[in-house]
Design a protein around this ligand. Structure first.
Ligand code: SF4
Length: 189
């Protein structure tokens, strides 16, 4: 299949890309992440991904605009339930791009992360697949979690220390908030 892979960053792309390539799919990476802040962090993750795409020779479509305002407009006053909004914001753009550009299917590197809500992501993708008449390629990429980490270290990639938004940056560095953070969604592992 001709698959559009929504990608949040370089390190998280490694394992899902290897799986899709091993199954002989044509893969295009799609970077659309208004949730990454602040600006220098956004640029750093994007630059890392571009360098990886060039080195590993896969096509990359990148939405390069910094989406702080767009992101905040959707999550302010809903901070405690911001993650599903954040997933949908990015995945909706992915499905829309895939439909407009003749892809058979879409998927996302968010399915690789042990720290995202796997079942919520699946539900959103299924809904978008129906809406845009596309296939949603599902695989539990979390089984390759350590393999992806090891390869990203081997490739000397920049590895970010927090999820992306300014709230997650605060949680990463504020010990009192970190204690309250829910455990990773591992129930499907
Ligand atoms: S913690 Fe991560 S998934 Fe949740 S809103 Fe922030 S960037 Fe998005």
């Amino acid at each position: 299949m001709n698959i559009l892979l929504h990608t949040c960053c370089g390190p998280c792309t490694i394992y899902p890309l290897s799986v899709l390539r091993a199954e002989n799919h044509l893969v295009t990476a799609y970077f659309n992440n208004p949730n990454i802040h602040p600006y220098k962090e956004f640029k750093r993750r994007l630059t890392t991904l571009k360098e990886y795409a060039q080195a590993d020779k896969f096509p990359l479509v990148a939405e390069e605009g910094y989406g702080l305002t767009e992101f905040l407009q959707q999550v302010v006053f809903k901070e405690k339930s911001r993650c599903p909004i954040c997933y949908e914001m990015r995945l909706q753009k992915t499905a829309e791009y895939a439909a407009k550009n003749g892809f058979d299917a879409f998927t996302t590197t968010l399915l690789y992360s042990r720290y995202q809500n796997h079942s919520v992501i699946i539900n959103i993708c299924n809904k978008l697949a129906e809406l845009y008449s596309l296939s949603f390629y599902y695989q539990d990429f979390r089984i390759g979690w350590q393999q992806g980490i090891d390869l990203s270290i081997e490739k000397d990639m920049y590895r970010q220390p927090y999820c992306g938004c300014i709230y997650s940056e605060q949680e990463r560095y504020d010990k009192s908030l970190r204690k309250k953070k829910p455990k990773p969604d591992t129930k499907q592992l």
